[in-house]
Design a protein around this ligand. Structure first.
Ligand code: BT5
Length: 270
């Protein structure tokens, strides 16, 4: 975890985001085949939502080098200095019930984890419900937003923020954040990483359409299970052992009084 010398210049040519650079060498069938790039934008999720409403095709991707209003869940902020991160949103139109939406978040998280592992060898893990972790620190997050018609989903926007070439000290210390370059000791090509992430997300999404459900693989990749956790939710704060996840991704926590509590949404806090 030493201090890395931060020189973007060596890598800059490789790392310059543009639609041409992203498409050249991209091996997906439909994810990011339609794509919009912004040097700077409010939030890629907001743009993706407008495009989805206008009828954009499944797989359409919005990507930016910088966001002025990057969002996490519950109105929280996502911070990312310009050019250091991957900040993108993908439109999905899966034919399943709104209750199953966490499956999309799961398979995207698994695709990100696999790509990081393959390209860097770093032991990326996941933290319930939507964090990408390196050595116990947050390296990425996923913001999934949906629109449904009745019980069926109309579209899902999966927004991904990933700290790639970023000295961790540029982020507030209370985030307990890190980045790929921070853990690896060198920068990596955001384009190569992105292409690999998109490919692995697409593979799993195609599998999902053919009947695969990612929960077993996701549970394996969660650093959360088996641990003592403190959970903050809308309904209060709970403490216990994170025992398992159910089929739709809810966390099953054994409280100190022995009772099992099912938690759909919330945060694991220190
Ligand atoms: C998330 O929310 O982790 C989802 C973040 C999704 C961001 C992407 S970027 C592209 C797309 N467009 C958007 O506008 N959003 C998506 P949550 O679990 O609520 O975590 C938010 C919390 O993470 C913040 O309150 C901070 O504590 C912390 N945080 C903010 N920026 C961070 C960073 N760069 N690295 C690590 N932690 C960060």
């Amino acid at each position: 975890n030493g201090i890395i010398s931060f020189s973007m210049s060596e890598n800059h040519a490789l790392d310059h985001l543009s639609p041409q650079a992203i498409l050249s060498g991209l091996r997906t069938q439909f994810i990011a085949r339609q794509l919009v790039y912004y040097p700077i934008i409010g939030s890629t999720n907001t743009v993706a939502r407008s495009l989805a409403i206008e009828g954009a095709a499944e797989g359409t991707m919005v990507i930016a080098d910088e966001q002025t209003m990057g969002r996490g869940r519950l109105g929280r902020q996502w911070l990312a200095p310009s050019g250091t991160s991957l900040l993108f949103s993908i439109i999905f139109r899966p034919d399943f019930e709104a209750a199953r939406v966490q499956g999309l978040t799961m398979l995207c998280a698994l695709g990100i984890r696999q790509a990081i592992r393959e390209l860097t060898g770093l032991p990326a893990q996941l933290k319930w419900p939507n964090d990408i972790m390196l050595h116990g620190r947050k390296t990425g997050g996923i913001l999934t937003e949906t629109s449904s018609i009745g019980q069926r989903l109309d579209y899902i926007i999966v927004g991904i923020g990933l700290n790639v070439n970023l000295p961790a000290n540029l982020l507030p210390v209370e985030f307990n954040a890190t980045s790929i370059s921070q853990e690896l000791g060198r920068t990596v090509s955001r384009i190569t990483l992105l292409q690999q992430i998109l490919l692995h997300i697409e593979e799993r999404y195609l599998a999902l359409r053919a009947g695969y459900w990612p929960v077993a693989e996701w549970a394996e990749a969660l650093e959360t299970l088996g641990r003592k956790v403190k959970l903050r939710t809308h309904h209060g704060t709970w403490q216990g052992i994170a025992e398992a996840v159910d089929n739709d991704g809810a966390l099953l926590v054994r409280l100190d009084n022995g009772q099992i509590r099912k938690i759909w949404e919330g945060d694991i806090v220190p």
